[in-house]
Write a protein that binds this ligand. Structure first.
Ligand SMILES: [Cu+2]
Length: 149
């Protein structure tokens, strides 16, 4: 299992993905409502994780906005449901939602956002998901996130 993770990481790197270090992540999102990766992981030794979300499309935030939201897999649907009534101004995240472990702002085509978050509260073996909380996007824009030993 651990070996498989290493192979995945190595192949992503070989594909030219801009990974500055093991605790620095980058993921793209598109006008086709897709993330460029289905899974992300960082070593458990990371105290702080930096994530850059890039929107490589051209469509505006109002029609094809994307964000990157991290939560426990079990919490994701609830976070998504509660985010919709929060509206675009709040980035489709309920203010103060403690289930949200990290989130970028909502961005449109040509934009990017980089966040850093505390990884010391994340646990090895816990199933996390990242997703886009723009209404209707979670179906296509969701992936797994894990801490690896
Ligand atoms: Cu989206």
């Amino acid at each position: 299992m651990r070996f498989a993770h290493i192979i995945v990481a190595a192949s992503l790197f070989a594909a030219g993905t801009a990974i500055a270090g093991p605790c620095d992540l980058e993921i793209e999102s598109t006008d086709a409502m897709k993330f460029s990766k289905d899974s992300l992981s960082v070593p458990a030794s990371c105290k702080k994780v930096t994530l850059k979300l890039v929107h490589t499309g051209k469509l505006p935030k109002a029609s094809m906005g994307h964000n990157w939201v991290l939560a426990k897999a079990a919490d994701v649907q609830g976070v998504a449901n509660d985010g919709i009534p929060a509206g675009a101004d709040k980035g489709y995240i309920k203010p103060g939602d403690a289930r949200v472990l990290a989130a970028t702002k909502l961005i449109g085509g040509g934009e990017s956002d980089t966040i850093s978050f505390d990884a010391t509260k994340l646990k090895v073996g816990e199933a996390y998901n990242f997703f886009c909380s723009f209404p209707g996007h979670i179906g296509l824009m969701k992936g797994s996130f894990a801490l690896t030993k």
